[in-house]
Each structure stands twice: as C-alpha cells, then as structure tokens.
Design a protein around this ligand. Sequence first.
Ligand SMILES: Cc1ncc(C[n+]2csc(CCOP(=O)(O)OP(=O)(O)O)c2C)c(N)n1
Ligand code: SF4
Length: 282
Amino acid sequence: MVPNQQLLSKSPAVHNWLRVKKKFPHLWCPGCGDGIVLSSAILALDSLEYDKNDVVMVSGIGCAGRIPVYVDCNTLHTTHGRALTFATGIKLAKPHLKVMVFMGDGDALAIGGNHYIHAARRNIDLTVVVVNNNIYGMTGGQVSPTTPLSMKATTAIYGCIEQPFDPCELARSAGATFVARSTVYHVRHTEDMIRKGLEHKGFSLIEIISNCHTSYGRMNKLGDHITMIKHMRDNSVMIGPQLDQEKAQAEGKYILGVLHQDTSRPELCELYEEINKRGGTQ
Ligand SMILES: Cc1ncc(C[n+]2csc(CCOP(=O)(O)OP(=O)(O)O)c2C)c(N)n1
Ligand code: SF4
C-alpha cells in the first residue's frame, strides 16, 4: 500500500515515529481501537521530545502486541505473556532508556498475570499500556480475565461465569505507583494519560478500554466499532473530588483519569544502582 502522502504531510509525528514504508498496511480490522492507542502513544512521545534512540517498545503476542511493530524506535516483539520480563531485563541493563510495554488483556493478565503483579510489586520504571478489549481478539474471541460476567466468548458460549479482574485495582494492590485509565473514545485524554505515565518514575499502568467489534462485539451483539466507542463515551466518568466512585462503579461506569500515584516509593533500578555502587559492601 502506498502511504497516504496527504495524511503524512499533516502530521509530523507520523513522519517521525512510524515505519510507514516498511510495515504498512497494518493488520488490524478497520475501526479497531489499537490504531487509536498507537497514535496516542506516538503523540505522547513526540510531545515529550524524546530521542527515538532512547525509546524501547516491547510487546508480547496479540492484536495489541502489534502496536510497537509499526513504530520507528527500538522495538522487541516477544512471546505471549512475557513482554514484562524482557522489558525488565532491558530496563535493568540500560536504565537510561524509556521502556514502554504494550499488551492486550489476555497477554497482560492471563498468561502474563504473574509477571504483571511482580513487575508492579518491584516498582520498576516501565510505562505499561494494557489495551483492554475484554477478549482474546487475535485468536478469535476466547474469554479473558477481563470478560465481564455473562458476556459471551467462543469459550463461554452461554456467558462468562468467572469473576473478572480490574487491571487497575490489581496493579495498584500489587504495588504500581502510577495507575490510570482512559478509553479509545477519549483520544486526547489517552495521550495525556500515556504522557503522565511516561513522566512518572516507577511502574506506570495505563489501562485503555478498547473495542474488538470483530470478536467481542459480534458475539455479544454490541454493534459496530462506532456503536461500541459511543458506548464508552456515554458510560465514562472522570475521577475527581465530586465523583461518588461507589455509585459510578455500581452503575457500571468506566472511571477515567489518574486513579493512583505515589512518588514516595523508591524505583527498582535506582536501588539496584546503589547496590552496585557499594560493590557488595554494607
Ligand atoms: C504461549 C502461547 N499461548 C497461546 C498463544 C496464542 N495466542 C496468540 S494471541 C492470544 C491472545 C490475544 O489476546 P489479548 O492478549 O487479549 O490481545 P488482543 O489480541 O485482544 O489484542 C493467544 C492466546 C500464543 N501465541 N502463545
Ligand atoms: S480482532 Fe479485534 S482486537 Fe484484533 S484487530 Fe480485529 S477488532 Fe482489533
């Protein structure tokens, strides 16, 4: 596919950060939220004026795991569920690098669930974006740890009977020091949450609610991508002192914004550097 020159000329960030000639066309279904997450991440990086050579994007497998493939920086496309282990190694070896991780909900919380809680517990300085579409998108719609109760999947044809995880609550209770949520409807807000995550020193989790209309939407008769994204618009509330969180949760609203930030805990690479400086002495 010949890149759309008109589109490119309008957005310098696209010129700067995408592997336009090598990797396109992308493999996502038209209307998939993954493209919005990709552009928001690029705009966040661009606005912070990071040098591409200092940025690393790591992912596992899945539709969301394809996000780094299209970005012109250091990228590592690893095995399903293991992105955080590779990212941890990179960050410990080269702490000056800005390491981002992109995962789907299955990748992050099912096969990768163990790594998720331990990376958060360690408070290592990674910016972790979990694209939550409530399903295994790439493999055709199996149930994931975020599939809501009673919703259908190819492996839950009568409706899901398992209690789902809240990725933000899980990360926070495991020790993440920055936790935020947005949706692919809230494009600028998504960019802002990613930017704030990048600026935070420590384990940052940004959950982006996204649409998989092809699998999850079709199986649950949720309509096309536009209908699903409008549903996010109509069912989201911003966190703030006025918000009755319990009520919002009971009404099934998505609570968006920075849900948790703690700047008091030391970051893992800094502690590791201190030990190295002491050379093993007490
Ligand atoms: C070890 C291993 N197990 C299973 C798979 C098959 N597989 C590929 S992607 C995927 C799930 C993808 O779902 P998710 O992580 O939620 O991402 P999405 O595609 O929805 O973005 C699975 C099970 C695999 N590639 N490797
Ligand atoms: S299968 Fe779902 S998650 Fe994957 S590209 Fe299509 S819409 Fe997106």
